[in-house]
Design a protein. Structure first.
Lengths: 214, 214
DNA sequence: GGATGCATAACAAGCGTTCGGTACGTAAGC
DNA sequence: GCTTACGTACCGAACGCTTGTTATGCATCC
């Protein structure tokens, strides 16, 4: 076999693929060196060649999770304000198989993260970053008059993330109860309820409809 | 040592206590027979005497989690409608150390639950039950005029659960960012935004204040 | 004395990790 | 232009440890 000292990164990518596969159907609790090695038809010795310890592999798995989350295909931001917020939250929901796998792995990682102080703060930082990404668009929405002038963008970001991730968890456990349209409708209703009533006539009962036009 | 053939149930309770302790600071990933035995100063043989297999112990742990959730001290329901919904959701949030431990264990169980089909449907059923508990009070709120007449209580229950559990997760990872008052304020704002504007004068910006009087 | 309650110790399986050995590619020596 | 030397990539087996589980034995009670 060729040592080919250039494709070291390519090999690590193969490992990533195997790790992802194992994670997707056994979770972090089922992430074992032998399982990963078997998933790529290799030996555990080869694994250790690229990741000297299991902890390194776990760290890599979490990095991979973050990277794949950051690099996933995303909706274009249609317009400033709430419409962008809506697009960003839709990008989080498990609407496709890929999104479902990613979310499933994400939730699965919480057991580990809660048990390790370092991983706990890592996860907390990720949440902080996610809220920070959302905040400017909430500020824009407020400045556009889509939200009450007194609205606190930071707290609103936390609320939006809470709602979305809570919906993710329920949808993961009961996909039949939360198909694509239900998730989208719920998100739209949530956004409509935090938005100001629109000036063009619609009062609260049809706010859920009007928000979809953002 | 006394065989004392009456306190078999008492002994199982001791085991429960040890299981709880292990779960609380190592999660389901750290739930091992020896860890539980050590936590109660006993042997693994004694454990097997009460729980013939590890799966039995895991099942017991999940039952225990559900039981302690059902039997936790709860707020009185102050008045019909949204006020009761608020009380029920406040009872979920990690506002006390006990609540935090329970929620932490709950989240930790998701890794296992997602990896096992049987446990997945168990968890889905639990969510269905939780929403069902919430629904009648949302219906009452709607009938009282606190919610739009067109509101769907079932979907609202799902939204409320989503928001609350999403907030739980963020609070578990970052207790400093989500102390007691912040959690309560966020919940109140959420409820206020789904509620109809109150007829006694308050418009949207202070809805967050008015809801607290429910 | 037989049944119950439990500790002790051993078990096989699986874990993360280590290690010797092999195949390959590159670079240097003459 | 062979040969030698060396570093990289990887396998396969083994290590020591922990896991869940089982077997043995000794108390204690009825």
């Amino acid at each position: 076999m060729p040592p080919a000292p250039g494709d070291r990164e390519a090999r690590r990518k193969d490992v990533s693929e195997a790790v992802w596969h194992v994670l997707a159907d056994r979770g972090f609790g089922g992430l074992t060196l032998r399982a990963v090695a078997a998933a790529m038809g290799a030996s555990t010795g080869m694994l250790m060649h690229y990741f000297p310890t299991k902890r390194a592999l776990i760290t890599h798995a979490l990095d991979l999770l973050e990277k794949r989350t950051a690099e996933r295909p995303r909706r274009a931001h249609p317009a400033a304000g709430l419409a962008t917020v809506r697009a960003m939250l839709l990008d989080i929901l498990p609407l496709t198989p890929d999104d479902t796998a990613r979310n499933r792995i994400w939730v699965s990682s919480w057991d580990l993260s809660l048990a390790d102080d370092g991983l706990t703060t890592d996860q907390a930082d990720r949440y902080t970053r996610l809220r920070s990404t959302l905040r400017p668009h909430l500020e824009a929405a407020r400045d556009l008059g889509e939200l009450p002038a007194a609205a606190d963008p930071d707290q609103l970001a936390a609320s939006a993330v809470a709602f979305t991730h809570g919906l993710v968890v329920q949808a993961l456990f009961d996909p039949g109860r939360f198909p694509r349209d239900v998730q989208i409708t719920m998100l739209d209703d949530f956004l409509a309820s935090t938005a100001l009533p629109r000036s063009d006539g619609g009062s609260r009962p049809d706010a859920g409809i009007s928000v979809r036009s953002y």
